[in-house]
Design a protein around this ligand. Sequence first.
Ligand SMILES: Nc1ncnc2c1ncn2[C@@H]1O[C@H](COP(=O)(O)OP(=O)(O)OP(=O)(O)O)[C@@H](O)[C@H]1O
Ligand SMILES: [Mg+2]
Length: 267
Amino acid sequence: MSSSKARQWNESHSDAHDGVIIELQDVWKIYKMGSVEVPALRGVNLKIHKGSFVAVMGASGSGKSTCMNMIGCLDVPTKGKVYLDGQDVSLMSESALAQIRGRKIGFVFQTFNLIPTLTALENVMLPMTFQNIPKHKREKRARELLEMVELGDRTGHKPGELSGGQQQRVAISRALSNDPELVLADEPTGNLDSKMGVEVMSFLSRLNKEEGKTVVMVTHDSNGAKHAEMIHKLMDGRIVGSEVGEGQQDSSTGGKAVSSMDYTSTL
Ligand SMILES: Nc1ncnc2c1ncn2[C@@H]1O[C@H](COP(=O)(O)OP(=O)(O)OP(=O)(O)O)[C@@H](O)[C@H]1O
Ligand SMILES: [Mg+2]
C-alpha cells in the first residue's frame, strides 16, 4: 500500500482520541556528546492505538531504539510531548511514572536481559515484586505465563540452561507478568535463528490478536514485520514512510477494534 493510502487509512481511524495509548507530538531527542550534538529523533509524530500491532523498521542508527524509549517512557524528549493515556508524561513525577510504567508497559529486548542467577520462574516473578503482589499469587501467575509460552516444564531452569528462543519466551512471560496493556519489543528476534524468530514473532502476534495487547515491535526482518497492522519506517530520526501490514484486521468482520499508529512527519 502506498504511503498516501496509509495516510488516508490512518486519518480515517484516528478520530477517537480515547483509543490512543501513546502519542508522540513533534518529539526530538538530541544526545549531547561533549560539544557534539547527535540528533537521534527529529520531529516524530505518532499515535499508537489501543489493541494495535505496530512494527518500526529502519537502518541501524535511524532512531528506532530511541523512539521505543520514548514510547516506553524510559526517556524524555529534548523537545516535544509524550502522552500516555492522554496524560502529559513530562508533568508526572519520576516515581509516579515508574509505577505507571511497571503496570502498563512490558519490555522485551533483543538480548533477553534475564537475570542469569534466577530460574525462569523467578525471572517472571520479579516485576510483580515491585507491584506489592503477594508471593503465592506471583508464583501462580508466573507458572501460568510460562505454561502459556509452552515452558511449563522449564520453570526451574536458569537462562543458561535454556535455548535462545526459550529465553526470549521467558522474557515475553516476564514482560506480561503485570498484565500490561502495551508490550514493547526492540528487535526481539535479533539474536535468534530464523526458526526461533518465527516462533517468537508468531507468539507476539497471538498476544495481540488473542489477548488484545497493544504490541510495538522494532525489527529488521521484513517477513516478521508483516504480522503487524502498520509498519513505520524511520530514517535519520524521522518517520519517512508508513504501510498497512498483513496483520490489519477488518473491523466489520473481526469484532476487535481496529487500531493504528498515525504519523504526520515533519519532513
Ligand atoms: N545514549 C546515547 N548517547 C549518544 N548518542 C546516542 C545514544 N543513544 C543513541 N545515540 C545515537 O542516536 C542515533 C540513534 O540511535 P538508536 O539506538 O535509536 O538507533 P537504532 O535505530 O535503534 O539502531 P540499531 O538498529 O543499530 O539498534 C545513533 O546515531 C546513535 O549513535
Ligand atoms: Mg536499536
